[in-house]
Design a binder for this molecule. Structure first.
Ligand code: PEP
Ligand code: MG
Length: 579
């Protein structure tokens, strides 16, 4: 028996036998093809590309109604990679010009592209290299005449160096996924999360250490895989698994329960989404609205920018799916590291470079397209505009001017111009928190982006794993900035939310309530556990306790005081709480 640690993607505990998938990078044969055979070799590659494309199209056409919203989009990305001249045409050229065999040509071109992606600082873009590799693996298998591994046998926990999203979809009997490669922002991870299958990534060499048919315990919450567990451990985990299932079932009953604390304070629990298709899931999980629509996901993994009509359709889809509940659309949050075209210079320090609103103000025509699309979508339901990474007064003024200009442009075009749309700002830079009154004078609402606020307050790159242990959401300096922002917004009578990961962490719910927070926005999967905590909390009691805690500046004392605010969820379930 031994255990391997990685990063859990959630989904609970699962126990089952291992099914180890073939290594991602099998040896690629390299040989030269004679001049007169090169055309035939190119044809062989074209046939393989065509076969994989047809496979992916068949998978997309076969998606069941309950497939995760992202599934279709992910298959589309893989299909686009197959069409991309940077892969296919370049590989065909290698065959023609150098006489490389098809496997060599396509795999070396894929390595070259993956290397380029690996240079990006942004973890999301870095992960795109993996998509290229995954597609290439399919092409290599097609060249070798191998069938994709569609297992229809006993349900199993799939173990692999990597699994392409398309393969994941075809593994219908998967109990869980244990994957060597890391990256919680990979498409594989995004899909595993939305399929709600317990998964752990970043297991390094699990696919080499684990043998087919071995018993595994996979804990998607803790990020651990236990290999060949003994009977005592199996019994313990079976118990934990049953308790977890019971808890989730009980939580489902809270979907339609309105969010109020024990002392009757209303608390709004909203969802963060990346794609419009996720709005429906958010509504079904009982979200009071969309508190953060990260619009940049519409701009990624594609050639060229989405036009006004395309963006309008996407925003409108989210608005309609929410059926009258508010949708907060954050304007484009990309920067030099997430360059939208190849000509953009890479900033020496991308997190501090021309990111988010800085980028949009430098590209006003592009920004106006997005603003017009959002304003048009607001005709279909309540919409709010949220501006990321504001730090300066003039950025607020310029943003408001451009929003007014976008409205005038729509008027000039004789388009329907809906009523005023609330405009809010994200508080994610310490400067913004420290000059929050300035923000409150000009904006209609605030949303605290704790992911970046922690990064910029503690000077820790959130994408750099070597400093991850210093990334402390409960650092007294961070807590002071959050509390200061909430207090100022309440005094000004303006809505304030937290939309960073902290909002979805049950361990922080009482702390934030005690600071006076009444709006949380989080991944849809966290809505019900957080709602349960809200229902069991007394805001009047928490206020003075949290005020005292904020006086302390010794981290250990602060952490201990936050822990004391909690009471275990299981106790709440057992003693006949609200569920
Ligand atoms: C944040 O910074 O907390 C936030 C919500 O924005 P993002 O994670 O998209 O940067
Ligand atoms: Mg942010």
């Amino acid at each position: 028996m031994f255990s391997i640690g990685g990063t859990g993607l959630g989904g609970g505990i699962v126990i089952g036998r291992a099914r180890v998938l073939e290594s991602r990078r099998f040896d690629v044969a390299r040989y030269h093809v004679a001049d007169d055979l090169r055309i035939a070799e190119q044809e062989r590659l074209r046939r393989a590309l065509h076969e994989v494309k047809a496979d992916i199209a068949a998978l997309a056409g076969d998606l069941p109604d309950d497939a995760p919203a992202e599934a279709g989009a992910l298959l589309e990305v893989h299909s686009m990679i197959l069409d991309d001249p940077a892969l296919a045409s370049a590989a065909l050229e290698h065959i023609g010009a150098h006489g490389w065999n098809a496997e060599w040509a396509v795999s070396s071109q894929a390595d070259h592209l993956a290397h380029q992606f690996a240079e990006f600082d942004d973890p999301y873009l870095r992960e795109r290299g993996r998509d290229v590799q995954q597609v290439t693996d399919r092409v290599l298998k097609a060249l070798a005449g191998r069938r994709e591994q569609h297992w229809a046998g006993e349900p199993a926990i799939y173990v692999a160096a990597d699994i392409a999203p398309s393969d994941m979809l075809s593994l219908k009997n998967a109990l869980g996924f244990a994957i060597d490669l890391g990256g919680t922002t990979s498409h594989t991870a995004i899909l595993a999360r939305s399929m709600n299958v317990p998964s752990v990534v970043g297991l390094h060499s699990a696919s080499e250490l684990i043998k087919d048919d071995e018993w595994l315990i996979l804990d998607g919450q803790a990020g651990v895989v236990i290999v060949a567990p003994d009977e005592a451990l199996l019994t313990e985990y079976r118990h934990r698994q049953a308790t977890g299932l019971l808890q989730r079932e009980k939580l489902r009953r809270l979907v339609h329960v309105p969010g109020f604390t024990l002392d009757g304070v209303p608390v709004q629990l909203q969802a963060n989404i990346e794609l419009p298709e996720e709005a429906q899931q958010a509504r079904e999980a009982g979200a009071d609205g969309i508190g953060l629509f990260r619009s940049e996901f519409l701009f990624m993994n594609r050639r060229g920018l989405p036009g006004e009509d395309e963006q309008y359709e996407a925003y409108r889809a989210a608005v309609l799916a929410m059926r009258g509940k508010p949708v907060t659309i954050r304007t484009l949050d990309v920067g030099a590291d997430k360059a939208l075209d190849d000509s953009a210079a890479v900033s020496p320090n991308p997190a501090l470079g021309q990111r988010a609103i800085r980028f949009c103000l430098a590209e006003p025509e592009m920004f106006l397209v997005q603003l017009r699309a959002i304003l048009r979508a607001s005709a279909h339901g309540p919409v709010r505009i949220l501006i990321p990474m504001l730090a300066h007064h003039h950025e607020i003024e310029q943003s408001l001017r451009l929003i007014a200009q976008a409205r005038e442009q729509l008027l000039d075009q004789g388009r329907e111009t809906p009523g005023p749309v609330p405009v809010g700002g994200m508080i994610e830079v310490p400067a913004a928190a420290l000059s929050v009154n300035l923000f409150l004078r000009r904006l209609d609402f605030l949303s605290i982006g704790t992911n970046d606020l922690i990064q910029y307050t503690l000077a820790i790159d959130r994408a750099d794993h070597t400093v991850a242990s210093l990334y402390d959401p409960f650092h007294p300096a961070v807590l002071k900035l959050i509390s200061m922002t909430i207090r100022a917004a309440r005094r000004a009578g303006k809505p304030v939310a937290v939309c960073g990961e902290l909002a979805g962490e049950v361990a922080a719910t009482r702390l934030l309530l005690g600071m006076g927070l009444q709006q949380f926005s989080m991944h849809a999967a966290s809505l019900l556990p957080v709602k349960q905590e809200v229902l069991l909390s007394d805001m009047t009691q928490l206020g003075p306790r949290v005020a005292r805690l904020l006086q302390a500046d010794e981290p250990a004392r602060v952490h201990a005081a936050i822990r004391r605010l909690q009471r275990p969820v299981t106790a709440a379930l057992d003693d006949g709480g609200p569920v």
